[in-house]
Design a protein around this ligand. Sequence first.
Ligand code: ATP
Length: 319
Amino acid sequence: MTSPGTPQTPRSVSAQAPGKINISLGVGPQRADGYHGVASAYLAVSLYEEVTATITEGRGITVSLKDGADDGGNAGIPLDESNLAVQAAALLQGAAAQSTGVHLELTKRVPVAGGMGGGSADAAATLVACDALWGSGHSRDELARMAADLGADVPFALLGGAAVGLGVGDQLTPALCPGQLHWVLVPSASGLSTPRVYAELDTLRARAKKKVQEPKQVDPRVLQALRSGDAGALSDVLHNDLQPAALKLAPELTDILERGEGHGALAGMVSGSGPTVAFLAENEDRALEIAGCFDDEGFEAVPVYGPVHGARTLAGIRN
Ligand code: ATP
C-alpha cells in the first residue's frame, strides 16, 4: 500500500514461479557445445518458488533463504553470484534504466537438485519481481530472451502452463491442456546433479553401442492426451530418456516407483534428471490417497496439479 505523499516506487515486490515435470523427455547425443538437444513436454505444477525483491542502498545484489534455511536446511544452494536468482537480477540490472541494489529472499518449496527446475523458477520469479520493482516495463518476450540466457529451464518457468520445448528445452511452443492433471511428487533427501545424470546417460548409451539422433518432436500421443485431459491415455505414454541414468545413480528410486504403482498410481516416472519421482493419479482424490499411503510408509509425498500459471508478481506490493 502507498502512503500519501510517498513516491510510487515500491520498496519490495514478491513473485512466484512454478516447478515443472517433464512428462515426456527425449534426449539426443551430446553436441559439440557440450549440451544435449531435447524434445520435451513440460507441465508447470502447483509447487511454487517465491522471491521477494527489496530495494537496498548501493548497487549490490544479495540473497538469503527464508526461515533461516541457509544455515543448513537447504544445503547445496549457493548464496553468492552463482545463485540463479542473483544472476537473473544482475542481468536485469544491467538492462534497466533505473535500477538499485536489491536483496532477494527465496522461499524454496521445489525440491533442491530434484529435477523440477527449482533454481530456474527462482530465476524466472526474480526477473518478474525486479522488473516490477525497478519499473523496467520489459515485455514478456524481452523477459523470455533474458530467461533463455540464464538457463534452459528458465523460459518455461516464466511461461508456465504446458509446452513443448526443443533445442536445449528453451525453444517453447505452448501446448493445449484445458483440464487439470493430478500428481503425487516423492522428493528424495539427497539431490542428483543434472550434468552427472546426462553424463551417465551418455555412458550407458556408449556401452550399449546405441546410436541416437537429435530428437525433433514430442510423441504426438502425449500432446493428444494433454489436449483431451485423459490421464489414463497420458499414463501410457509418459517417457523420460534420463530415467535409466537416474536409476543407475540412485537405485533406491526403483523401490519408490514400485511402491507408487502399488498404491494405485496410473504411472510413475523420474522427473527430469531426478531424483524426484512423479506419479500420475486418476483424479484429485486418488492423488490424496496415494500421498497418504506414502506418508504412512514414512515417505514425504506432495500432491500437486497442473498446468498452472508461469512466473507472476503477487498482490500486495509493499512500499
Ligand atoms: P536443473 O535445473 O539444473 O535441472 P534441478 O531442477 O535438478 O536442476 P535445482 O534445484 O534447480 O535442481 O538446482 C540445481 C543446482 O543449481 C543446485 O544444486 C545448486 O547448486 C544450483 N543453484 C543455483 N541457484 C540456485 C537456486 N536459486 N536454487 C537452487 N539451486 C540453485
